[in-house]
Design a protein around this ligand. Sequence first.
Ligand SMILES: O=P(O)(O)O[C@@H]1[C@@H](OP(=O)(O)O)[C@H](OP(=O)(O)O)[C@H](O)[C@H](OP(=O)(O)O)[C@H]1OP(=O)(O)O
Ligand SMILES: Nc1ncnc2c1ncn2[C@@H]1O[C@H](COP(=O)(O)OP(=O)(O)O)[C@@H](O)[C@H]1O
Ligand SMILES: [Mg+2]
Length: 368
Amino acid sequence: MPSLHTRKRIGVYLNENKRRKLNFDVFEELCRNHGYDVIEVDLTKCLNSQGPFDLIIHKLTDLLIEAGQDLASHHLVQRLQVYLDTHPFTILLDPLPALYTLLDRFQSYRLIKSLETQQQGVSALFSPPCVELMSKRSDMVDLVRDRLTFPIICKTQVAHGPRSHEMSLIFNERGLKDVTPPCLLQSFVNHSATLYKIFVVGPQHFVVKRPSIRNFPLGETDQTTIFFNSHHVSKAESCSHLSQTPLYPDVLPPSDDVVRQVVQGLQDALGMSLFGVDLIVDTQSGRCAVIDVNAFPGYEGVSEFFPALLSHVDKLLNNSKESPSALEGSPDVPTCEDRKMDLRSLPEPCKRRVGSTSYFTIAFSADC
Ligand SMILES: O=P(O)(O)O[C@@H]1[C@@H](OP(=O)(O)O)[C@H](OP(=O)(O)O)[C@H](O)[C@H](OP(=O)(O)O)[C@H]1OP(=O)(O)O
Ligand SMILES: Nc1ncnc2c1ncn2[C@@H]1O[C@H](COP(=O)(O)OP(=O)(O)O)[C@@H](O)[C@H]1O
Ligand SMILES: [Mg+2]
C-alpha cells in the first residue's frame, strides 16, 4: 500500500553562510507552523530516502561552479538532476538552466540585451554596451573604440564565486592593458552613486536603494585604472571612496512601469521566482540601465521576504495537481533499487506510466 504523506514536504539546500545570513531557520519554522514538513536536503546521500519533496528551495550556485572543476561536486548535482528527472512533480526554486545562465555574465547580458530589443517605442530600459573578451586580442582597442565609451567597467565572465566581484574602472586606451580575460568590458553609465536593487519573490518585487559609484567625466581622461570589489561599494552599509560624492541632486527612482517591465521580462525568459536585478538611472538621459541579475540574492532591506516567500510557496503547492508525496511508494514509481544500473547499459531512458504521469527510470551508476 503506497505511503501517503499528508503534509506537503519542502526540501531546503542552502550553504551555512547563506542560511545564517538569511536567518532561514525562522522561515522554516514559519513553514512548519503553516502545515509543511521542512527537510534539509543532503546531496551526499540518496534523495529517495530523504524525499519525497513537493518543492525544493536552493541556492546551488557554489556547487554548480565547483561541479565544473570537481567530479564529486558534479555527482552531487547529477544526483539532484536524476531525482528531478524521476520526480517531475517536484517544484525546484529555481530551475537549474536559469542559474547556469546567470553564472555567466556573457549570457546574462545577452539576455538583458534581448529584453531591450523587445521594447516597443522609446525604450526606457537599456543594457549598457559591452564587449566579451576571451583573450587580450590584437583588435581589442579597435573593438573598444567601435563599441564602447570611456570610462569602461571590467567584470569577470564568471558572475559567482570568490573572485567574481573583483572589478576595474578603465579610463583610457592605455588602461586596457589592465583587463583580465575572460572578462566583460562595459560602458560605464553615470548614475550619481545610486543603485536600485529589485528583489523578486514570485509575483512580488521590492525596490531597495543602495550606494553605488560616483560620476566620472565621460570620454578618455588620464585617470589611472581603479581596481575595486563591488561588495565594498553597493552593500547597504558600504562607504567606499568610490561612493564619496559631491551632493548630487536626488536621483529619481525607476518608474513602477519600468520595474514591472524588467521583472516580467526576466521572469518570462528565466522562469525564476527568486532573483535580484540591479538597476541604475542614467544621469544624462534618465533611462534605466539593467546592469546585473542575481539568483537568490540577500534580500537585505526586504522585511517582507519571508511572508512573500511563504505566500509564493503556498500558491505553488496548492496549485500543483499531483503531489509526489501522495504517489511515493506506488508500485510503479521507480525506487532507488531500480536505478542502480550502469548508465552505459541503458540506451534510452525507460518510460513508465503511473496513472496520467510518465516516470522515467534513468540508469545511474552512483547511489541515487
Ligand atoms: O551578500 P548578500 O548576502 O547580501 O547577498 C549577495 C548579493 O548581495 P545583495 O543582496 O544583492 O546586496 C549579491 O548581489 P550583487 O552581486 O552584490 O549584486 C549576490 O546575489 C550574492 O550572490 P552570489 O554570491 O553572487 O551568488 C549574494 O550573496 P549570498 O548571500 O548569496 O552569498
Ligand atoms: N555599466 C555600469 N555603469 C556604472 N556602474 C556600474 C556598471 N556596472 C556595474 N556598475 C557598478 O558596479 C557594481 C557591481 O556591478 P555588478 O554588475 O552588479 O556586479 P556584481 O555581480 O559584483 O554585483 C554595481 O553595483 C554598480 O555600482
Ligand atoms: Mg550586482
